[in-house]
Design a protein around this ligand. Structure first.
Ligand SMILES: [Mg+2]
Length: 232
């Protein structure tokens, strides 16, 4: 138990609500369409192409559902150029519409835990992606009133955490970053001097994986969101 009023900064995707499973399902639907289209492409080449295109598109457009769909279109252009790609582009559009329309269900314990923590502490939200997309998900979640500050950034690196500390005059030993991503939530927050709580998520996106120093003195690891109530 950590005493007194704290600053708790939360990640959103795959910490408060399901996100990556939707992308995995979309990618699977896309792979089925591509492999069933007799364009002579192996599963390994398809996977490599999707992930290479994804990284290129993220550099240009940032994270999010729109950029992901753009990467699928580019994959079609590369592996099924010309008329062979026409029905596949139509399939990508349908997959993209489905992905965009999917609500993001809250993970177990999130609603009750945030309600309780917000009575004792100051809660902030720090997420990366497209601002309109992330803010719409936040509004739909009903959780917006719990947070005194919300930031949607292009990338969550150490500089972003340092800026937040400076802008809000955060005392590092009383401020925790809470999330599922070693690469975006935990490691850069620790490097900026903050404390961190890692909540592992079984379907975390592969690009978010990174080595974690589990013995770090400012890092706490919990098994589920509800456990935050006992720590804070
Ligand atoms: Mg996350």
């Amino acid at each position: 138990m950590v005493n007194g009023r704290l600053n708790l900064i939360f990640d959103a995707d795959d910490t408060l609500w399901d996100s990556n499973p939707h992308f995995l399902a979309a990618e699977e639907a896309f792979a089925n369409a591509m492999l069933g289209a007799a364009i002579g492409c192996t599963q390994a080449r398809l996977k490599e192409t999707i992930h290479r295109r994804e990284i290129e598109v993220i550099r240009r457009l940032g994270y999010g559902r729109g950029p992901f769909v753009a990467a699928l279109h580019e994959t079609v252009d590369e592996l099924a150029p010309g008329s062979a790609g026409k029905p596949l582009h139509a399939r990508v559009e349908a997959i993209g519409r489905h992905l965009a329309s999917r609500p993001c269900p809250l993970l177990p314990g999130v609603e009750a835990t945030l309600a309780e923590l917000s009575r004792r502490h100051r809660l902030m939200l720090l997420t990366k992606g497209q601002p309109d997309e992330q803010l719409a998900k936040l509004e739909a979640s009903g959780l917006r009133p719990r947070f005194s500050r919300v930031d949607v950034v292009a990338e969550k690196d150490t500089e972003v955490y340092r800026r937040l500390i400076a802008q809000e005059l955060l005392e590092c030993r009383r401020t925790f970053m809470i999330g599922n991503s070693p690469r975006s939530d935990i490691n850069p927050a620790l490097r900026a001097g903050l404390c961190a709580v890692y909540i592992p998520y079984a379907k975390t996106w592969q690009l978010e994986h990174e080595e974690l120093d589990l013995g770090h003195e400012r890092l706490i690891v919990v098994e589920g969101f509800s456990q935050l109530r006992t720590i804070f």
